[in-house]
Design a protein around this ligand. Sequence first.
Ligand code: ATP
Length: 247
Amino acid sequence: MTAPLLNVNGIEVIYNHVILVLKGVSLQVREGSVVALLGGNGAGKTTTLRAVSNLLEGERGEVTKGSIELRGERIEKLSTSAMVERGVVQVMEGRHCFAHLTIEENLMTGAYTRKDGRAAVAATLEKVYAYFPRLKTRRASQAAYTSGGEQQMCAIGRALMANPKMVLLDEPSMGLAPQIVEEVFEIVRDLNAKEKTTFLLAEQNTNMALRYADYGYILENGRIVMDGAAAELRENEDVKEFYLGVG
Ligand code: ATP
């Protein structure tokens, strides 16, 4: 077995020095896989992603126990931009496009750490447009005037502009119509298959996430309570009862 790309080992996260939110979370993400981090509101999914991409500091949070390794390198103390340079980017929940910028300007902000020149960046932009033809059509529109689905696509496209190895995707389905959610997940599958991009995605939409992921972890109240191959989790009676809405 090859070592995982990402190894999260027993992390605790505390906000504001007192609020213990993650109580020993461990998970592994293999290179080239799609891993779903599942669980209800407040379970700790976003916090786990923030810990990996080093976005906790701005939230007054810190990893107080455990370790996080990317290809065997300890990364808990790295900055967010150092993570981007190592190929790890996060697409935050709620999409976060710059409302006053056009779709194309938003996408270009994702290339800020690139050092491989304008031609390479332009080639990535064309690739992003090939995956998201809707964004190409809307390239000159201000993000504020685009739909929720287009903004989600823009947020993912912007992350892709950094040429990532791994994308951390926080609740891509949030607030989107089922058909658009499906469209977004199809693109994730495509990127994984063709670009070998690894995904760690946090989702409350268990049903959808387990259709597209290879492996899943279920988080409850800051602890992983179950994990397994996506196909196995979909057949698991407890998962069906508590997370898939099927008795
Ligand atoms: P959701 O789907 O609602 O985003 P989640 O599973 O992603 O849920 P988190 O956002 O990680 O969960 O939140 C886990 C817990 O941490 C919640 O109780 C939340 O109130 C708390 N929390 C999150 N961010 C902060 C913060 N910046 N300061 C203090 N507490 C926080």
